[in-house]
Design a protein around this ligand. Structure first.
Ligand SMILES: [Ca+2]
Ligand SMILES: [Ca+2]
Length: 257
C-alpha cells in the first residue's frame, strides 16, 4: 500500500468524523432552538374572575359617543395571554389614592378589596337594587369632571394586564378612560400610557385611539406588555348619564415574586 493511498484513506476518515461532528452539533442546535422557541411561545391566559352581570334597569343610548366599540351582545372578550408566571394578581388590598380624596360615596379602599359584585343585594325576583335610591356597598363615586384613582403596588412590578370595572349596573359609557403606569407617584416622569380612549384630549393626557365601550360585568381588560412600574393610574371624565366617576374594582396582573 502506497503512502498516498493511506493518506487518502486517513483523510477520508478524518473528514467523515468532522462531518459527523458537524451533523451532531447541528442537530443539538436545532433541538436547543426548538426548546427556546417553545419557551418563548408558551403563553397562558389571565384568569380574571368576572362578577355576575346584572340586568340593566333601564335602556341606554350610546348615540353620540365617538369611537364606540360595537356592542358585544354577550360575546365574551378574548382572554389576555401572558408568559408563564406573569398572571398573578398584584393589586389586591393595595393602597388607593385619588384626585378626589373624599369620595362622594363609598371608600377608595373598595377599589382593590376584591369585591366586584356591585349589586350584591337583590330583590327576591333577582332585580338589582336601584343604585341611586339604595347606594350599595361596593361602588365609589368621585367628583365631577376629570378625576383619577391610583393603585400603589408597593414596589416596582412587571405588569402584563389590568382590568377596570366602573359602574355597570346601568347601561352607560364612561368618558376619557385612560390607564397609565409609572414609578413616579406624581406621574410626571417616565409615564407609560397603556390605554386611552380620550379621542379629543379633554382630559389633557394626549389624544387616545382606543375605543369607548359599554360597561358590562367584564369591565375593561387591558393587555400590557411587561411594563415596569409601581403605580397604576386610571382617569375618567364622567359618563353618558352624568358627569360623575364611579369605580367598582381595579385589578393589576403581572409577574409574581
Ligand atoms: Ca371593589
Ligand atoms: Ca374626551
Amino acid at each position: 500500500m502506497s503512502m498516498t493511498t493511506v493518506n487518502t484513506k486517513r483523510y477520508k476518515e478524518v473528514m467523515k468524523k468532522k462531518e459527523n461532528r458537524m451533523r451532531t452539533m447541528m442537530m443539538m442546535m436545532t433541538a436547543a432552538s426548538l426548546v427556546v422557541g417553545a419557551e418563548e411561545q408558551e403563553k397562558i391566559p389571565i384568569m380574571i374572575q368576572y362578577p355576575k352581570q346584572v340586568r340593566y334597569l333601564d335602556p341606554g343610548d350610546p348615540k353620540g359617543v365617538p369611537n364606540l366599540e360595537l356592542p358585544r351582545e354577550g360575546k365574551p372578550r378574548p382572554p389576555i395571554m401572558v408568559p408563564v408566571g406573569c398572571d398573578k394578581l398584584l393589586s389586591l388590598n393595595c393602597k388607593v389614592t385619588s384626585s378626589d380624596p373624599y369620595p362622594v360615596r363609598g371608600e377608595l379602599s373598595f377599589i382593590t378589596d376584591g369585591n366586584k359584585e356591585q349589586c350584591n343585594k337583590m330583590y327576591p325576583d333577582d332585580t338589582p337594587r336601584y343604585w341611586t335610591a339604595y347606594p350599595d356597598e361596593a361602588s365609589v363615586e368621585l367628583a365631577s369632571g376629570t378625576q383619577w384613582v391610583q393603585i400603589d403596588l408597593g414596589k416596582e412590578r412587571e405588569i402584563y394586564g389590568v382590568c377596570v370595572w366602573h359602574f355597570f349596573g346601568r347601561f352607560t359609557v364612561y368618558h376619557d378612560v385612560i390607564c397609565q403606569i409609572s414609578n413616579d407617584p406624581d406621574f410626571i416622569d417616565e409615564v407609560v400610557t397603556v390605554f386611552n380612549n380620550d379621542h379629543d384630549n379633554s382630559s389633557r393626557q394626549g389624544v387616545g385611539k382606543d375605543k369607548a365601550y359599554i360597561e358590562t360585568h367584564e369591565g375593561c381588560p387591558i393587555a400590557v406588555d411587561g411594563v415596569k412600574g409601581r403605580y397604576v393610574r386610571f382617569y375618567s371624565r364622567g359618563n353618558i348619564r352624568n358627569d360623575k366617576n364611579h369605580y367598582i374594582e381595579i385589578e393589576v396582573y403581572g409577574k409574581g415574586d
